[in-house]
Design a binder for this molecule. Structure first.
Ligand code: PGA
Length: 250
């Protein structure tokens, strides 16, 4: 059985200007001096910073936060996976709950975006997660498993995708599910991936996201089938983000 490589990814959302490269440089030096770290580390800055971040010295991987499903064309304001690849990024987040909520993206849209990413050899970080109302109604597993099923495109290989489970109500709120709740959802996602991809499904990283901080990272990252984190607010400062990465240092 192949173990997933863990990943701690920072999603900067609509934050960051040219001088923010200082945080990336600091993060790269903290990684260089911080001892062996048993995970990959990624920053997903806004599109405007992709190029300069890719050119920075260091081990931090660079991803984008979204892509259009088409390669090019009349889509004012959109960015294609082809363009992201051209910038030198290696991954792209698709289906973040803020995209699903703010831009009405369905799992079918997310699947089309993931397909575009995969066609460019970009790793697709596919986000799923229930709202608070769905959790209260006892629909968490149904909602999350339906999103995974429909958002991961049919042609995807296990090596093309990373799943990020992010309860919508935990994003940016300081609230997190119990470790038992996280374990239950990650286990259900793992079972679905194995039933779809066979043993290869065991090699897909399943990240947890939603109010991950240095103070709770170790506990959350120790949950079975949690193979890393997708971090918003606490990824903006290199020192905080490094405190989360500590969960993967011995
Ligand atoms: P948060 O965001 O860490 O600020 O809660 C997580 C995310 O949206 O990926």
């Amino acid at each position: 059985m192949s173990e997933p490589r863990s990943l701690v990814a920072g999603n900067w959302k609509m934050n960051g200007v040219a001088e923010s490269i200082a945080e990336l440089n600091q993060l790269n030096s903290l990684l260089a001096s911080g001892g062996t770290c048993n995970c990959d580390v990624m920053i997903c800055p806004p599109y405007t910073l992709l190029n300069s971040f890719v050119e920075a010295e260091g081990s931090v991987l660079i991803g984008a936060q979204d892509c259009h499903a088409n390669k090019s064309g009349a889509h004012t304001g959109d960015i294609s996976a082809t363009m992201i690849k051209d910038c030198g990024a290696t991954h792209v987040i698709v289906g973040h709950s803020e995209r699903r909520a703010d831009h009405g993206e369905t799992s079918e849209n997310v699947s089309a975006k993931a397909s575009a990413a995969i066609a460019e050899n970009l790793g697709a970080i596919v986000c799923v997660g229930e709202t608070e109302a769905e959790r209260d109604a006892g629909q968490t597993l149904d909602v999350v498993l339906d999103q995974v099923k429909k958002s991961v495109p049919s042609e995807a290989a296990a090596s093309d995708v990373i799943i990020a489970y992010e309860p919508v109500w935990a994003i940016g709120t300081g609230r997190t599910p119990t470790t038992g709740d996280v374990e239950e959802v990650h286990k259900a996602i793992r079972e679905q991936l194995v039933s779809r991809f066979g043993d290869e499904g065991n090699s897909i990283a399943i990240l947890y996201g939603g109010s991950v901080k240095p103070a709770n990272a170790e506990e959350l990252m120790a949950v079975p089938n949690v193979n890393g984190a997708l971090v918003g607010g606490a990824s903006l400062k290199a020192a905080d983000f490094n405190g989360i990465i500590d969960a993967y240092r011995k």
